[in-house]
Design a protein around this ligand. Sequence first.
Ligand code: 5GP
Length: 125
Amino acid sequence: MAVDATQPYDDQNIFAKILRGEIPCRKVYEDDFSLAFHDINPQAPTHILVIPKGAYVSWDDFSGKASEAEIAGFIRAVGKVARDAGLVAPGYRLLANAGTDSHQEVPHLHVHLFAGRPLGPMLVR
Ligand code: 5GP
C-alpha cells in the first residue's frame, strides 16, 4: 500500500529493521549517515537503494528536518555509491518516491539508483 508521507515515522518499517540488523540486506556501502544495499526486487541490472540512517519518512520529512551534516552526508553517499559502482560514464537514474501519488511503499526515505541498461522514458504516460 502506498505511504501517506504526512504520517509520523513508523520504526517497524522494513528499512528501520534493516538498519537495526533485524533483517539482512546485501550491503553496498555504509557510513555515519547512510546505508546502501541492493533492492530485493531489482528493476534494472543495477538497482541499489540508498537510505539515510536517521528516522525520516520521505524526502519532504528529510529536507525539512534533517541537519546540514545528515543532508550533506546522504547526498554525498548517493554520489559515491554511483561513482564507486562505475556508473558515472555509462549513466544512471536516481528516483525518490514520496507519498501516495508516487506509490512510495516503504515509509523510510530511500533513493533508488538504477543503471546497467538504457533506462527508457522517465515516466509511464
Ligand atoms: P518504493 O516503492 O517505496 O519507492 O520502493 C520500495 C523498494 O523497496 C522496492 O523497490 C522494493 O523492492 C524494495 N524492498 C522492499 N522490501 C525490501 C527488503 O526487505 N529488502 C530490500 N533489499 N528491498 C526491499
